[in-house]
Design a binder for this molecule. Sequence first.
Ligand code: GLU
Length: 402
Amino acid sequence: MKKLADRTSRIAGSPTMKVTATVDRLRREGVDVIDFGAGEPDFATPDAIKAAGHAALDANFTRYTPASGIAELKRAICERYRAEYGVEYAESEVIVTAGGKQALDNATLALFGPGDEVITHAPYWPTLTEQIKLADATPVLVRTHPEDGFAIRAKTILDGVTPRTRGIIINSPCNPTGALITESDMAAIAEVAVRQDIWLLLDLCYERLIYDPAPHNLPRLLAEKCRDLTVLCGSASKAYAMTGWRCGWAIGPANVIAACGAIQSHTTSNVNSMAQKAAVTALTGSQAPVRAMLDEYRKRRDQLHAWLTADPRLRCQKPSGAFYMFVDVSEVLSVDGLRTSMEFADALLAEARVAVTPGEAFDAPGFIRISYATSVDNLREGTRRLIEFVGRHTMSETRHGQ
Ligand code: GLU
């Protein structure tokens, strides 16, 4: 086989997207699968947003736009962050990207390179570490712990700092744990960032999905403490049920955003023109659909948590944000049965037709991630199948052990 570039051997394809692809394939084959894998809203994009996309198409708004996005959308992003957080950003400090993923990738490529260490917290969304590697930098992983609710502590993050640290990536609410960083922990990290000139990248893709009132004004806090070191990455995908439209943004110092723009001008150019118009309506129109979806996710979270924790073999905490339940299944694993959470997930899909993402995807073996961005009926039936599966496997383990 001909040799590929070295960087391809350093990364692996997205394990979260793989689950979705497997479910897709099985469904096309006619298999009845309950999908707890998909990390995306099950809601339709709200009507007003869809109408704006249609209108853009009807008006033949179908050509190239500026590679970094249309001015109208940049203004809408600035306006939304002003309304939500009380921060002031200018158009030159915003780039429109293909989802939060490209925002993070642009920023990572613009800021980090060989010899640089970039800290992030595990369990993590796998794309974060792979993007660091694609930039030829080195990911440094620090651990958050289940007994501490996976809280993202300043001390944990700062323990990873060395003279080579160039960046810290914080994902809050966190995928897969749903944990938040507190403002005081963020402030303590910012103080060190200022002293040591460390870039702070915030992955805020789930920022509109926080269930209980908690002070989480990270943009304002960082704008006050270290605006010139902060890049905020956000997305229309989760808040507005717009995953397929591919629309996100990065907000940060003008020189960083200009560098992101140069990179994007040579990679993908602009986000598709209709999606940009739709995103303007999402950000400037009524925010009632965001609140309605959040209320529904909260109900599902509470219901799912009650069902799961009724079985003592499954341990999980109620997440503060995002739409994932991160479940400890280690009680069910054994040397002569299901040995890993990966095997657990594979067997659950094969035997019970329930798709979940194994903890290995997030560097957290022993766990599975259940997405509750699906109907209560699916949650009920999927949990029933899951608990039956767990019962079957723990019973056969007991028999083996006797
Ligand atoms: N963020 C989602 C997830 O974790 C979507 C898939 C992806 O882009 O990784 O499942």
